[in-house]
Ligand binder design. Structure first.
Ligand SMILES: Cc1cc2nc3c(=O)[nH]c(=O)nc-3n(C[C@H](O)[C@H](O)[C@H](O)COP(=O)(O)OP(=O)(O)OC[C@H]3O[C@@H](n4cnc5c(N)ncnc54)[C@H](O)[C@@H]3O)c2cc1C
Length: 419
């Protein structure tokens, strides 16, 4: 189908959800000259307490799209390596991102809204792209057995339908459209939930160095992300502990945090009440099939990722790149069929399964071990390899930085660097 003139009630492609998967998919399709409308239920991208890590695969892609310089100008900190306790009071360096080819030899920690705003600004330069904020996709519109658009509701209460040749559901792990299509993901058990909050950060606190290394004490785990003026902190506890933690009260919670990170004890009073904690029900799941006639499900909507390893944004973006690469031609020619949608799933299922298996292993070996009060340490032979075979540290760095089957920008979406 050739690109149509923007029309209030029709777009060639409707993308539900303006997260990393949805915006990247829409940007690439718009660069191919395909009319695409994104529906995003929030009024902005200021969603706090979400993933921050931008890996080598995504940074390389941004360069291919001509957006690398703008990305590097965003406020960010660098993560150069990943270590774990060695069980003998020290730590062992498991992944040295400095061994990756430059300039992608680190993980960038960038607030997710900054990355999304950058991608939306790039997409808005394409005449075929538009985004409707404050607009929630509520269900699917069908023509016979084929999905032919979405029904939506705006924050102001207006309702309507938007017809499309293809609907791409990128509406996250609670996907309404997945449910509307009767698609039910297979759930994998996760042993923990996370409670997010902020504590202020003085300029000298950790320099520009980001740390992702978890802090362990007894059966408690704490993760902190370095932002310009504050730390974004995740406290991890066994699934189902929310009521117990809240019943214990804020004073006890502050003691827990001060015990885990004594250098932050002087500011735990900034947690005014338990209402300052945002509980996140961590999920790990995957759809058996990611498509129906006229409908493709991508990103967390197809496979909710655990925060372990911080790969979810990158995987969602890679899904989007594969989808745009495989679907732009058939969409432009008007030959799109469900087989093309199945090809996207076939390409992305393998990396998803590999990464989710790795996350389940991390849940067992690190998180479940720590939460049961046992000492966390990598298996002995891994410690030996990391200490005595220097090239070993390249393997986890490569796996985390690029993951299996990283995607490249399709030719039609490449642009020269913008200053
Ligand atoms: C606590 C936590 C920490 C994480 N940390 C990291 C990390 O450090 N690094 C990393 O790479 N990954 C991390 N992840 C995973 C990562 O956030 C997700 O995998 C990634 O954001 C998925 O992108 P997505 O576009 O598929 O979905 P989402 O990011 O969930 O985006 C979905 C979008 O759709 C919108 N939406 C939802 N429903 C509708 C609707 N009906 N209509 C219209 N719009 C709708 C939402 O507002 C949202 O903007 C973390 C996840 C969690 C839960």
């Amino acid at each position: 189908m050739t690109a149509s003139t923007p029309d209030e009630d029709y777009a060639t492609v409707v993308v539900a959800g303006g997260g990393p998967a949805g915006i990247m998919c829409a940007l690439l399709l718009a660069r191919a000259g395909i009319t695409v409308v994104v529906l995003e239920k929030h009024s902005d991208f200021l969603r706090d307490f979400r993933g921050d890590t931008v890996h080598a695969s995504t940074m390389r892609l941004l360069d291919e799209l001509g957006l690398g310089a703008e990305f590097r100008a965003l406020p960010q900190s660098r993560l150069d390596s990943f270590s774990l306790p060695d069980g003998a009071g020290g730590s062992v360096l498991l992944a040295d991102f400095g061994t990756l080819p430059k300039p992608y030899d680190y993980i960038a920690m960038v607030p997710q809204w900054d990355l999304l705003n950058l991608l939306v600004a790039a997409a808005a330069r394409e005449p075929c792209f538009s985004i409707r904020m404050d607009t929630e996709a509520t269900s699917l519109v069908h023509d016979g057995g084929t999905v032919a658009g979405v029904a939506y509701r705006t924050r102001g209460g207006a309702t309507g339908t938007l017809r499309a040749h293809l609907v791409v559901a990128c509406d996250g792990r609670g996907s309404v459209l997945r449910q509307a299509a009767g698609m039910v993901p297979r759930e994998f058990p996760v042993p923990f939930d996370t409670w997010w909050f902020r504590l202020s950060r003085a300029p000298g606190d950790t320099g520009q160095k980001a740390t992702l290394a978890p802090t362990f004490r007894g059966s408690e785990i704490l993760l902190s992300f370095t932002r310009t003026t504050y730390f974004q902190i995740a406290y991890l506890a066994p699934k189902g502990d929310d009521a117990r933690l809240r019943a214990e009260g804020v004073e006890r919670f502050r003691e827990r945090i001060a015990g885990l990170r004594p250098e932050l004890a002087d500011r735990v009073g900034e947690i005014a009440s338990m209402d300052d904690l945002h509980m996140l029900d961590v999920k790990l799941n995957r759809l058996q099939s990611w498509h129906r006639p006229g409908l493709l499900v991508l990103g967390d909507a197809a496979h909710a990722m655990s925060p372990a390893g911080g790969v979810g944004i990158n995987l969602a973006i890679q899904d989007a790149v594969a989808a745009a690469t495989l679907l732009a031609g058939p969409l432009l020619e008007g030959t799109l069929s469900e087989q093309h949608l199945a090809a996207v799933e076939r390409r992305r299922r393998f990396p998803t399964v590999v990464i989710q298996r790795a996350q389940r292993l991390l849940h067992r070996v690190i998180f479940a071990t720590a939460l049961s009060g046992r000492e966390v340490q990598p298996p002995r032979f891994i410690i030996w390899l990391a200490r005595h075979v220097p090239p070993f540290k390249r393997i986890p760095a490569r796996l985390i930085g690029y993951g299996p089957r990283p995607e490249h920008a399709p030719k039609f979406a490449r642009r020269p660097p913008r200053a």
